[in-house]
Design a protein around this ligand. Structure first.
Ligand SMILES: Nc1ncnc2c1ncn2[C@@H]1O[C@H](COP(=O)(O)OP(=O)(O)OP(=O)(O)O)[C@@H](O)[C@H]1O
Ligand SMILES: [Mg+2]
Length: 262
């Protein structure tokens, strides 16, 4: 049986009088990709910030591997196995692949504070971890600035996994990339999925990308779940309708027609 890694129950987030999330339940299993979809302002980032320890929920619960957790900081979430890859990636283009991979968690030869950085081991690990998910950087000592946007995403993903992520959260990892690189990132996701022990939450505006990689879908609109289902349960048209915030495409077409008349 596939195991649930992360589950939320009734998550609510209020910002003053404004309710950004209103009772969100979701669940992701090992080796599965959950696509989290929804229009601008639906609450996707707010939900991710709660799962990654940036915001505290106003109410509701989070369970990691069946145990209830409570995060006071991003570090707490990371220690519980939640690895979040943000759009800005927290990557320094002037530093090497290896130095970015280990940033703040370097390996030393000999006792600190006098030990020297163990560059050889770090280079080997960074290289091997990236190969595992599909990128063979010829030289991990090269500056990240020489890598494509898609390769940088892969670096950030490999780093999160190496440092213990059981849940990988990707916030619009394909949105700033060209077509070819978008496919590269989707391939990376499929490699991680194939490892079988990690759950992925994939936030996207792109329904085609979500259909290429997701096992299940959760649609948010104005802070609520307006639809969900497995890949075999949802028809393409239903996905499009939910992507549009639950509106019928025909109604949207009428609205557009009214604008051009008025
Ligand atoms: N710190 C905050 N204070 C007040 N309101 C906020 C805050 N963060 C988010 N919101 C509001 O919560 C709602 C959900 O925002 P959120 O950023 O989670 O949406 P999103 O689904 O990520 O949208 P997008 O697709 O544009 O990234 C929005 O109406 C937003 O204005
Ligand atoms: Mg967002």
């Amino acid at each position: 049986m596939t195991e649930t890694i992360i589950r939320t129950e009734g998550l609510v987030k209020k910002f003053g009088p404004f309710t950004a999330l209103n009772g969100i339940d979701l669940e992701v299993k090992k080796g599965q990709v959950l696509a989290l979809l929804g229009d601008n302002g639906a609450g996707k980032s707010t939900l991710i910030r709660i799962l990654s320890g940036v915001h505290k929920p106003t109410s509701g619960k989070i369970f990691v591997e069946g145990k209830e957790v409570s995060f006071n900081s991003p570090r707490d979430a990371s220690e519980a196995g939640i690895g979040t890859v943000y759009q800005d990636l927290a990557i320094n283009p002037l530093m090497s692949v290896t130095r970015n991979f280990f940033m703040g968690r370097e390996l030393y030869k000999g006792p600190r504070p006098f030990g020297l950085l163990d560059m050889k081991t770090m280079d080997e690990i960074a290289h091997a971890e990236m190969v595992k998910i599909g990128i063979d950087v010829s030289d991990p000592r090269q500056a990240v600035g020489t890598m494509s946007g898609g390769q940088r995403q892969t670096l950030a993903i490999a780093r999160a996994i190496y440092f213990g992520a059981k849940v990988l959260i990707l916030d619009e990892p394909t949105s700033a990339l060209g077509q070819k690189q978008q496919m590269g990132v989707l391939k990376t996701m499929m490699k991680v999925r194939a490892q079988g022990d990690i759950a992925i939450i994939f936030i996207t505006h792109n329904e085609i990308h979500s259909q290429l990689v997701a096992d299940s879908f959760t649609f948010l609109a104005l802070g609520e779940v307006i639809g969900r289902g497995g890949k075999d349960e949802l028809e393409h048209d239903e996905i499009r309708r939910l992507m549009a915030g639950g509106a019928e495409i025909s109604d949207l077409a009428k609205e557009l027609a009214a604008v051009s008349v008025g």
